[in-house]
Design a protein. Structure first.
Lengths: 426, 515
């Protein structure tokens, strides 16, 4: 007897728990691989999973086994030229196992490494492990415009579409019971009186009393009937109140200096930094918008392609970009609805007297509206005026303004981690 | 014979076609007296197949990282295309659960049905080891019980604590069987009913056993003379009186410090190890038997015209790949292929019965010329790999596979060829191969020798060396796991004859006190 069962629609990933247990157990190993991968990878493929290798001895499940040595007999197939009594040299590197011990493969990874792939989600999980968005809680509920209707009990008035039928019917029934009870009692008394009257000897009966009672009964029955089944008074409505919602939207401004002094390798480093920030924000907000602002002496909002790959020449006026960002925020991203992040990358060059303007702009206008401002300076050289001015901004907003220097690509990830380190550790 | 029309052609399948083929295979299998459990054939996706692989063939299992590791490596191999997932996932249960992957072609589905649902299934039901050691009707219930119990423990005592315990148990799971005692059948209801009772009872018993005050090492050997020990409390000999081969059982019953739930988990691992015990010893037979029957049944389907030429050609190609045996010096060599050896042996038994040569008459006087089906069933029922090879490996199979045996002795400079496929060698090759499949030779022979219940509570194991073969380095991590379970020092002595040649212990002795 046999039967077929189609299980294809059953849950997949039955092993998900076991897989997660494995990843947790080897967290440190995996993290190391992931960090190496982040530093090594090209910008474009941060979005895929990663192959991770763990030394096999670290994850072996030991059991009692025979070790090399002693004497053993091995039966193998495929004899060609051997005859009984032949003596042969031990194959080198065979670990004493001789011909019989297959297993060590010479292609792909050897047996010394246990290799497997992380999915994209798992990979990013490890990349951002231990990092936290700074000051997510800053936005007070009062200045949030985003609201969501929430059930808040029952009310007596409302629109017909929100009638709560069960509660309304219950009210109606209660009212009916309450209103009918005295009438019923009076009716019962009248009926009893009438019966008593009628049981009396016909001689003793009071005909006028009988008529009176009959009229009373009739009147009461009418009253009983006229109690309405449902009344406007009974209606109950589901009550909704608008609850302010923390905003789930973020916008990230990428500001980059594209003046002649910024080489393509500078831009690549900047791009990686922006990318990390983007991936990070994406994991924390439902929706993340990107705005690219590049500048030399004048700032311009551009698309991603142009942002990273077009070349410009000329001097540098950083404040032009900040002014543009300020305008865009005012025009398109009301602070009540958007979490604003700005990441700026530059090589530190600026017109001398412009740096003061930048500070003014930041402190007066931009910083109060932003969640976080990160500035990375990609230069091996000494800092210039801009850095110094920014340092004073950082003193004013130590919680929300961060700046670091990056010299080469390998610095990005550590710097990023430092900037977004969980605050408890900081 | 009237040729029937093929049930289906091409490589697409649907449930109707599968059912029809299943009926036909069942009819033919019945002709060959293949006695099976009812089949529960499940169609699954490749992802689900990987899940099934990862849980080492258990339809439900408790959670443990090692299964996750298994899953990752299966997934990796599959993604790279190093491994097909098609054959073989069949669970020894009643009804017998077999998995068909939806990606398979029609040929594959029919092949897997013949192989798993009739080959393996009848082996599970017929072979004496499976009959003795497993209870097909109860295993799924027991697995459900185990999973539930383990996850309850995780809730109560924390995932980490349970994981450590399972790690330790897994390290010893090959030593969880009493080879010479028939186990009582396991049943989930019974387990659940008795479990609480057992917890309390066990704990009280262990406490009794250990209600002796630990003493210092100095008093170890000349415990106390009669004068100081008039009641003979210290003269009661070794405990356990006989060496115990079932380490997990001994720990479950005697480890002094384990909490009742920990004992229960040790028991669960032991019971599951017991369930897999026959599989480890019948690989050649089991695969050989299933391969022999899928080959026979598929050919019968073709002979009757129920499958077309295209399908049978596709089948033959796949079958040939399965029973391929690369030579020892081939880059693809990874030991003797159990499918190849098993298939060759079962096919050869049939040949010996049907068309015996003089050589066969000399080597197999009692089966040459007998009814082949009876003989095949007899072989399937009453042997395991070790004895099967010993009984039935014929000179012809040795010649066909060109088997040779080689002695590797670390005291000699050169390896020596002991026997090859010739008149003088058959017997010795056969014996050597048989020994190679003996579990007692494949795995080190380790037994509980002494639990020092009146002294420092240490546990001593004895390892009896087989032809001077020492233990691999993994002995230390295993000892550490054992120490976790036992809670007091554990020692292990390797014996060659009666002499102790090597001692291991955990915790490691201090460097200063080392001799």
């Amino acid at each position: 007897m046999s039967y077929f069962i189609d299980r294809r629609l059953n849950a997949r990933h039955k092993s998900a728990v076991n897989r997660q247990r494995f990843l947790d157990r080897y967290r440190t190993h995996i993290k190391r691989s992931v960090e190496e991968a982040v530093n090594r990878r090209s910008i474009t493929d941060m979005e895929r999973g990663e192959k991770v290798s763990i030394p096999a001895r670290d994850i072996s499940e030991p059991v009692f086994q025979h070790g090399p040595g002693g004497e053993r007999t091995i039966v193998s197939p495929g004899n060609r030229e051997f005859v009984e009594g032949d003596r042969l040299r031990r194959p080198t590197g065979g670990g004493g196992g001789g011909a019989g011990e297959g297993g060590a493969s010479d292609q792909g990874e050897g047996m010394d490494e246990f290799a497997f792939s992380l999915t994209r989600e798992e990979f990013l999980e490890f990349v951002f492990d231990g990092l936290e968005l700074p000051h997510l809680e800053r936005k007070q509920l009062v200045d949030l415009e985003e609201v969501k209707p929430v059930r808040a009990g029952i009310s007596k008035d409302g629109v017909p579409s929100r009638i709560n039928i069960v509660r309304s019917m219950r009210e109606a029934q209660a009212r009916r019971i309450a209103m009918r009870a005295p009438i019923r009692r009076a009716l019962r008394e009248a009926i009893e009186a009438l019966e008593m009257e009628e049981r009396k000897d016909p001689v003793l009966r009071n005909p006028s009393r009988v008529t009176e009672l009959r009229a009373e009964i009739e009147r009461l029955e009418k009253r009983l009937e006229s109690v309405p089944f449902i009344d406007t008074y009974d209606l109950r409505y589901n009550h909704l109140v608008n609850q302010p919602q923390p905003s789930n939207k973020a916008v990230m401004f990428c500001i980059m200096d594209v003046s002649g002094s910024m080489t393509q390798s500078h831009k690549d480093i900047a791009k990686r930094f922006f990318l990390l920030l983007y991936l990070f924000l994406e994991r924390n907000y439902e929706k993340v918008e990107l705005v690219f602002v590049r500048h030399h002496t004048a700032a311009k909002e551009v698309d991603e392609e142009e942002f990273f790959y077009s070349r410009e020449t000329g001097g540098t006026i950083v404040s032009s970009a900040l002014t543009l960002v300020d305008e865009i925020v005012t025009r398109r991203y009301p602070t009540a609805q958007w979490n604003l992040y700005v990441a700026q990358a530059s090589d530190g060059d600026n017109w001398d007297d412009d740096s003061t303007t930048c500070r003014e702009l930041l402190v007066k206008s931009l910083m109060p509206r932003l969640q976080y401002y990160t500035y990375v300076e990609i230069t091996p050289h000494a800092h210039q005026a801009l850095w110094e001015e920014y340092e004073s901004v950082q003193d004013d907003f130590p919680e929300r303004f961060a700046m670091r220097q990056i010299v080469e690509a390998g610095d990005i990830y550590p710097v990023f981690r430092e900037l977004f380190r969980r605050r408890a550790e900081a | 014979m009237n040729l029937k029309t093929p049930i289906a052609t091409g490589s697409d399948w649907n449930f109707g076609i599968l059912t029809d083929y299943e009926h036909e295979i069942a009819r033919l299998a019945d002709e060959y007296r293949l006695d099976t459990y009812p089949n529960q054939i499940e169609i699954i996706t490749s992802e689900q197949m990987m899940d099934a692989y990862a849980s080492v063939g258990m339809p439900v299992g408790y959670h443990h990282w090692s299964f996750g590791k298994q899953f990752l490596s299966v997934e990796q191999a599959y993604r790279r295309g190093q491994m097909g997932l098609a054959y073989e996932l069949v669970i020894n249960s009643d009804p017998c659960i077999a998995y068909l992957m939806e990606e398979n072609t029609l040929m594959m589905q029919v092949l897997v049905m013949a192989h798993a649902c009739y080959g393996h299934n009848s082996f599970f039901k017929g072979n004496y080891l499976f009959r003795t050691w497993t209870d097909a009707s109860a295993i799924v219930d027991y697995l459900v019980f185990a999973r539930k119990y383990v996850s309850e423990c995780e809730e109560r005592h924390g995932v980490a604590a349970v994981e450590q315990l399972l790690d330790a148990c897994h390290a010893l799971q090959n030593y969880g069987v009493d080879r010479y005692k028939r186990p009582s059948p396991i049943s989930a209801e019974e387990e659940a009913r008795r479990q609480t009772e057992r917890e309390e009872y066990l704990q009280s018993q262990v406490n009794m056993l250990w209600r002796t005050i630990p003493r210092s090492e100095a008093l170890d050997t000349p415990l106390m003379d009669d004068h100081e020990d008039p009641l003979g409390l210290h003269q009661q000999g070794r405990y356990p009186e006989e060496p115990q081969e079932n380490l997990l059982y001994f720990i479950e019953k005697n480890a002094p410090l384990l909490a009742p739930w920990q004992r229960e988990i040790v028991r669960i691992v032991r019971k599951l190890a017991q369930y897999f015990y026959p599989q480890r010893q019948t690989q050649v037979m089991n695969e050989g038997w299933a391969t022999f029957w899928h080959y026979t049944l598929m050919n019968r389907l073709f002979d009757e015209g129920l499958v077309d030429e295209g399908l049978i050609l596709e089948f033959l190609q796949s079958h040939t790949a399965v029973v391929n045996q690369p030579g020892f010096d081939s880059p693809h060599y990874s030991g003797i292929n159990p499918y190849a050896l098993g298939f060759a042996m079962f096919s050869d038994i049939r040949r010996i019965c049907e068309t015996p040569t003089d050589e066969d008459r000399e080597w197999f006087p009692d089966i040459a010329g007998s009814d082949w089906l009876d003989t095949l069933h007899f072989a399937m029922r009453n042997f395991k790999d070790e004895s099967f090879v010993q009984q039935f490996l014929s000179p012809k199979v040795i010649r066909d596979l060109k088997l040779f045996s080689l002695v590797d002795d670390d005291s000699e400079e050169l390896l020596s060829i002991e026997a090859i496929h010739d008149e003088r060698g058959y017997q010795r090759v056969r014996e050597a191969l048989s020994v190679q499949y003996a579990l007692s030779v494949r795995e080190p022979n380790i037994q509980v020798w002494k639990a020092d219940i009146r002294g420092d509570r240490s546990l001593t194991l004895h390892h009896v060396q087989d032809r001077r073969r020492p233990l691999a380095k993994s002995v230390y991590p295993v000892m550490r796991h054992l120490h976790h379970l036992w809670g007091f020092p554990v020692k292990l002595a390797s014996l060659e004859g009666d002499d102790i040649v090597r001692r291991y212990q955990w915790p490691l002795p201090d460097k200063t006190s080392e001799r």
